[in-house]
Design a binder for this molecule. Structure first.
Ligand code: G6P
Ligand code: ZN
Length: 544
């Protein structure tokens, strides 16, 4: 068990963000940078002796290099067992699945999600706990504290391990099992959905589907599940080979970045159903022929149709959504007579609710949807859920969505992002809003009266922890809402996100255009925050 204790100096910038530590690859390549963070994580865990870990990533550049370092450090710190996805590959939901299935102590996931990859791109690392979910803030804070005071780290002197052959190996006394990256996850999906019903749907001549893996991790998962197990036509999955630089793309499944899929789905030869997932496989975008389903609507529709899916047919315990996600799901929860929860942005906040069975389905406006089957959001799970609904209802995506609006009304919703703003300018916008909060309630703008204005604080009902400063909310009588927050996942400057929502139940207006319907609220959002004045930006970089 020969290992070395290496003396190191602390870095001051290793504070995990919304989803782990994300930095440019070149930052991670600095001497001791990754090692410090990994040792800080192990120090935060405390006694690692005899414990087990799952390790895998989205296959981006630096994935395997990082895994070799982490394996040697895990061995030197006393871990006894590690499961690694073959070739270092595990999508984020698959990692969560494997942690739970093998009852591992935790997991380390290497990913910067949808951020561009490659030598000049981003890399990321995060720690998940034994429930399969992202570490809560108490642990990420402890990791950060440790990273600030670290003086040395431990690393095995053994040689690299081959990651391409499935089977058991040993490194400095630690057992390493290289496992198939896909099968445990695919088996879990078979226990949730009605695969026979979906198979019948996919076999119909009238049905057609496209899934865009965006050159990232979901390719092998989608091919195994959709094409091999469910019999979808070969070629259903496009861009299905994961590349270390994601083909220089930006694997974020939204209308801006999933260009190839969007072009096909909004053409005269559009398939009936289209979907995409992101770099590490936890996000999803759902499309019908010439039709886009917002993630907020998708959550509400999955909840309203959950009784069609075997795993949820006995009912849901509750629905949770992140604060900026539209309130559409709350209306479904109300009708079903179940709890509705509003949490801060970040999947980790759903963990306690899922563990305590206070929520079964969760979703975020940022193209994340999932359930209690694992503790991460899950892109392919959402796609299979939609396929199960389409199979059971024999209707188009557009018909299912518009019928939902007929029943529940529609929460018109848009998010405007201003990316890569200098930090100081973004802070000015937020400060200007913060300064107005005490005086906004009761004021009327364009006929809308402010009913509340605050900076969102979340009180976790399970562990009573409080997370404050989670985004500025301005709510109006009747449910309209403007939310502002700074992204916690960017790596360049700041990204200001403005979320705008308006409820409509007039049946004649349900199919109106979103940007037009929201135009006056969008204008109000801009003028309240003085976005143009502070940032000089007249248009958002991305609209979802
Ligand atoms: C990641 C997290 C999500 C979160 C999203 C948006 O994908 O896993 O839970 O909603 O980032 O974060 P941001 O801070 O960039 O708005
Ligand atoms: Zn992701």
């Amino acid at each position: 068990m020969a290992h070395t204790t290496v003396t190191t100096t602390a870095f001051t910038d290793q504070k995990p963000g919304t989803s782990g530590l994300r930095k440019k690859v070149t930052v991670f390549q600095q001497a001791n940078y990754l090692e410090n963070f990994v040792q800080a994580t192990f120090n935060a865990i405390g006694d690692c002796v005899g414990k087990s870990l799952v390790i895998g990533g989205d296959g981006r550049f630096y994935n395997q290099t990082a895994i070799q370092i982490i394996l040697k450090m895990a061995a030197a710190n006393g871990f006894s067992q590690v499961w690694v996805g073959q070739n270092g590959i595990l999508s984020t939901p698959a990692a969560s699945c494997v942690i739970r299935k093998y009852q591992a102590f935790g997991g380390i996931i290497l990913s910067a999600s949808h951020n561009p990859a490659g030598q000049d791109g981003d890399f990321g690392i995060k720690f998940n706990t034994s429930n399969g979910g992202p570490a809560p803030e108490s642990i990420t804070e402890a990791i950060f504290e440790n990273s600030l005071t670290i003086k040395d780290y431990k690393i095995s002197n053994d040689a690299d391990i081959a990651l391409d052959e499935i089977g058991s190996k040993e490194l400095s006394g630690m057992t390493i099992d290289i496992i198939d990256s896909v099968s445990d996850y695919a088996d879990l999906m078979e226990t949730i959905f009605d695969f026979n019903q979906i198979q019948d749907l996919l076999a119909k001549d009238s049905f057609s589907m496209r899934f865009d893996a965006m050159h990232a991790v979901t390719g092998p998962y989608a091919k195994e599940i959709l094409e091999n197990r469910l019999g979808a036509e070969k070629g259903t999955v496009i861009n299905g080979i994961p590349l270390p630089d994601f083909a220089k793309g930006h694997p974020d499944p939204n209308l801006t970045y999933a260009e190839e899929l969007v072009a096909e789905m909004f053409s005269d030869h559009a398939p009936v159903f289209g979907a995409a997932s992101d770099g590490d496989g936890d996000r999803n975008m759902i499309l019908g022929a010439n039709f886009f389903v917002t993630p907020s609507d998708s959550l509400a529709i999955l909840a309203a149709n959950a009784d069609l899916v075997p795993a949820y047919k006995d009912g849901l315990s509750g629905i949770a959504r992140s604060m900026p996600t539209s309130q559409a799901a709350d209306r479904v929860a109300e009708k079903l007579g179940i709890e509705a929860h509003e949490t801060p942005t970040g999947w980790k906040f759903f963990g306690n609710l899922l563990d305590a069975d206070r929520a079964t389905l969760c979703g975020e406006e940022s193209f994340g949807t999932g359930s209690n089957h694992i503790r991460e959001k899950d892109g392919l799970w959402a796609v299979l859920f939609w396929l199960n609904i389409l199979a059971a209802r024999s209707q188009s995506v557009a018909d299912i969505v518009s019928q939902h609006w007929q029943t529940f009304g529609r929460n018109f919703y848009t998010r405007h992002d201003y990316e890569a703003i200098p930090n100081a300018e973004a802070e000015q916008v937020m400060q200007h809003l913060e300064d107005q909060l005490p005086t906004l309630t009761g004021k009327t703008f364009n006929g809308r009266t402010v009913s509340y204005a605050d900076n969102f604080s979340y009180h976790d009902p399970i562990d009573n922890s409080v997370s404050s400063q989670q985004g500025i909310r301005i709510g109006f009588d009747g449910g309209d809402r403007i939310v502002y927050r700074l992204s916690g996942t960017g790596t360049e400057g700041a990204t200001l996100r403005v979320y705008i929502e308006s409820y409509e139940d007039d049946k004649a207006k349900l199919l109106d255009d979103t940007q037009q319907t929201l135009a006056d609220l969008i204008e109000l959002a801009d003028s309240l925050a003085k976005i143009v004045d502070f940032t000089g930006r007249t248009t958002p970089t991305v609209i979802t």
